[in-house]
Design a binder for this molecule. Structure first.
Ligand SMILES: Nc1ncnc2c1ncn2[C@@H]1O[C@H](COP(=O)(O)OP(=O)(O)OP(=O)(O)O)[C@@H](O)[C@H]1O
Length: 281
């Protein structure tokens, strides 16, 4: 499903976690959310699952405004939080069955068997999770997120703390889910290589504001990769003096208009073609 935020602001006391965020995420895309610590990424996820509401602005999934919807919209969203814990004495199958029942899902046994297979835990399904490695725990978290067969899958720092093999295994599962389903997948990560591997589109947030958004290949064109692009955008080289997003571009921050190379990140949005040829900042 298509996701759209329009001029979304969310504050916590004196802290503005999201500051007029307008962002469009196409249906079926695998979309990376990047930013510095405290940029507002997790806040956006909480708004998308309806755990919190914006102070102003709207968050829409498909045609539905999340804050105005009932629980049915939440059933369309699967969420893997940054820290997902499970009762140590339960088996993986029990964790999933309890989660499915709490969410009011039908065909519990079939769903549980299906997601266990998807994440490669069918052989460990009846072991208590206290014996699970970090990687197995993350895959179990992903399985809980996949239980409702979601239209939108939110992954918050999904591979933080995993060893390289665990990361690779997790990435393969996400790629498989992306290919096999129509789900729109949002990956919030500090691991730029992860976003480069998994995502076709990217948004960069800082202090609750959108600094850049677009197709990964276009955003990184003319740079050595996402790391260089990210640095150019976040250090302020990619932002105009009045704080407007330079690379977000397009109607409603669609991310369809963005700089074609790294040097473009350093120009204000109203730079003329002549300016561009001369490299005028
Ligand atoms: N419940 C809360 N109460 C007070 N402040 C909060 C709360 N949740 C988030 N914040 C603040 O809002 C800002 C954005 O937080 P958020 O967790 O969305 O950022 P983030 O981009 O996910 O950061 P990180 O990469 O460090 O996880 C931060 O300054 C954070 O301290």
């Amino acid at each position: 499903m298509h996701i759209e935020t329009t001029d979304v602001t969310r504050t916590y006391g004196a802290v503005t976690a999201l500051d007029g965020l307008t962002l469009s995420i196409p249906s079926g895309s695998t979309f990376g959310l990047l930013g510095t610590n405290g940029a507002g990424k997790t806040t956006l996820f909480r708004l998308l699952i309806g755990h919190e509401t914006p102070d102003s602005g709207t968050v829409r999934i498909g045609d539905t405004t999340v804050s105005a919807a009932g629980p049915e919209i939440r059933e369309r969203v699967g969420y893997l939080p940054e820290r997902a814990g499970f009762p140590a004495e339960l088996t993986a199958r029990e964790v999933l069955a309890v989660t499915a029942r709490v969410r009011g899902l039908s065909d519990v046994d079939e769903r549980v068997a299906s997601v266990l297979s998807t994440v490669g835990l069918d052989g460990d399904a009846d072991r208590p999770v206290e014996g699970f490695s970090n990687g197995m725990g993350r895959r179990l978290g992903l399985a809980t997120a996949l239980l409702p067969d979601p239209d939108v899958l939110l992954l918050d720092e999904p591979t933080a703390g995993l060893d390289p093999l665990g990361v690779v295994a997790f990435h393969r599962i996400v790629e498989d889910v992306s290919e096999r389903t129509d789900a729109t997948v949002l990956v919030c990560s500090h691991a730029l290589a992860e976003v480069e591997r998994l995502c076709d589109r990217v948004a960069i947030l800082n202090d609750g504001q959108l600094l850049a958004a677009g197709e990964l290949s276009e955003l990184t064109a003319g740079t050595s990769g996402l790391e260089e692009t990210f640095e150019a955008v976040v250090t302020g080289d990619g932002q105009s003096g009045d704080g407007q997003a330079v690379a977000a571009g397009g109607p409603a921050g669609s991310g369809t208009e963005r700089p074609s190379d790294a040097s473009d990140l350093q120009r204000p949005p109203d730079a003329t073609p002549a300016d561009r040829e001369e490299g005028t900042p």
